[in-house]
Design a protein around this ligand. Structure first.
Ligand code: CA
Length: 417
């Protein structure tokens, strides 16, 4: 009897976030996690769109994608991720208010004989085999690139202030390509896909012991508990697949933003218990999530503070704002700003503190976008660390041509009349 997956998907908004931008999917043939981002845009729309397109490759579903999967699983999964990315680009092109949204994607497709895996971003895949936990994916982050170069230890990377700076993620741009790999599996293996809301909060040792709980439902509950106990700063999603030769047939599970989106259109919660086929991409294209109002709220908060400041002492407010920093762009260069990132009519709440020699245009795409939108800093030192990180991402300069020989030949000497 061929092996198949026993599976579970769980998600939690966490203790600090107001909405869940993660999505998760699990069935006997496919497990997947997408972690949406773009606070001012629509991270939940990004992760739901990507996950709903990618899950169409599940051979359990009666869709065209499922047929293609049986024919060529690797090509089908790669094409699904590319389709999802292209769709994100189309949504952004049609509605600039969601520009900046993006999502990670972690997917493992079981062909019946081996896995095909897709990975882009900083969500992770782990395997527990014979009690030993192995991280299967390598984060597409700035700090991971430093670890790979030997400039940072894994422990230092865990607490690095810019550990969430992504080098590759799905933003709807043509170069957002996933890693596609093949992986052998054996009976008894447990596979965990998770968003960084788990791995930022819980050590690998604790993930290993939770994943080894008697059954995978307990393991998933325990992992969510640990993430919340660790602070719950982010949405946390865990999807577990266990390779067994006697899996009971069970309905696929869809959690997080991908499951919430249909609920917004249909208030009957019972409709989310059974999974509809993945939504028609044409429909998805128009099912926008309204952009969050964070920027306006922030501007509103600053306006309120300004009025309060006028009443209770503008000097104190100004001093407060001048202790705030962020990194942004000034005349095409990365610059440290003092003050707060907000546009308040008639009042200047920030000014350029230092302009660096880093041309914004020379930065890779993702950090460039972050700079354009502004990167908040906890202090001046923090802003300087951000600048140093950005500098490290500049393309290496080409080596200079070798200097001319020390003894100049008369024929090449310039002649002066
Ligand atoms: Ca996250």
């Amino acid at each position: 009897m061929p092996l198949s997956l026993r599976f579970v998907a769980r998600t939690d908004t966490g203790l600090r976030r107001s909405n869940n931008q993660d999505s998760g999917y699990a069935s006997s043939r496919l497990i997947a996690v997408a972690d949406g981002m773009g606070g001012a845009a629509a991270g939940d729309l990004a992760s739901a769109t990507a996950l709903n397109i990618v899950r169409a490759v599940d051979p359990n579903l009666a869709t065209d994608g499922a047929d293609e999967t049986e024919a060529d699983p690797r090509a089908a999964l790669l094409q699904a991720v590319r389709d999802a990315n292209r769709r994100l680009g189309e949504i952004v092109a049609a509605d600039p208010s969601v520009d900046g949204m993006g999502t990670t994607l972690e997917a493992m497709l079981w062909t019946g004989e081996h896995f095909v895996t897709a990975h882009i971003g900083d969500s992770r895949a782990y395997r527990l085999r014979d009690g030993e936990l192995t991280q299967l994916s390598s984060d597409h982050t700035f700090v991971q690139s430093l670890v790979d170069e030997g400039k940072l230890t894994t422990e230092e990377a865990r607490v690095h202030p810019h550990r969430s700076l992504l080098l590759r993620v799905m933003l709807g741009r043509p170069d957002n390509e996933p890693d596609i790999d093949r992986l052998d599996g054996q009976a008894g293996d447990r596979y965990l896909l998770c968003s960084d809301g788990l791995t930022d909060m819980v050590s690998d040792a604790n993930i290993a012991s939770a994943l080894a709980e008697d059954d995978i439902d307990q393991a998933a509950d325990r992992l969510i508990e640990l993430a919340l106990a660790g602070g719950g700063f982010d949405n946390v999603t865990v999807v577990i697949g266990e390779l067994v030769d006697d899996a009971e047939p069970a309905d696929a599970q869809l959690v997080g933003a991908a499951a919430d989106a249909p609920r917004r259109r249909d208030p009957d919660p019972s409709t989310t218990a059974t999974l509809a086929p993945p939504p028609d991409p044409e429909e998805l294209r128009y099912s926008y999530v309204p952009p969050t109002r964070t920027r306006w709220l922030r501007t509103g908060a600053v306006v309120a503070l300004v009025i309060l400041g006028l009443v209770f002492g503008a000097v104190g407010l100004y001093q407060w704002s001048q202790r705030q920093y962020f990194v942004g762009a000034s005349d095409g260069h990365v610059a440290i700003f003092r003050g707060v990132q907000a546009d308040v009519p008639l009042v200047s709440v920030h000014h350029v503190d230092t302009v660096t020699d880093i041309p914004v245009a020379k930065l890779p795409e993702y950090p460039r976008r972050q700079v354009t939108e502004g990167i908040e800093a906890m202090s001046r030192a923090d802003a300087e660390r951000t600048v140093a990180d950005l500098r490290a991402q500049l393309p290496k300069p080409k080596p200079k041509p070798k200097p001319a020989p020390a003894t100049p030949s008369p024929s090449t000497e310039p002649t002066t009349p």
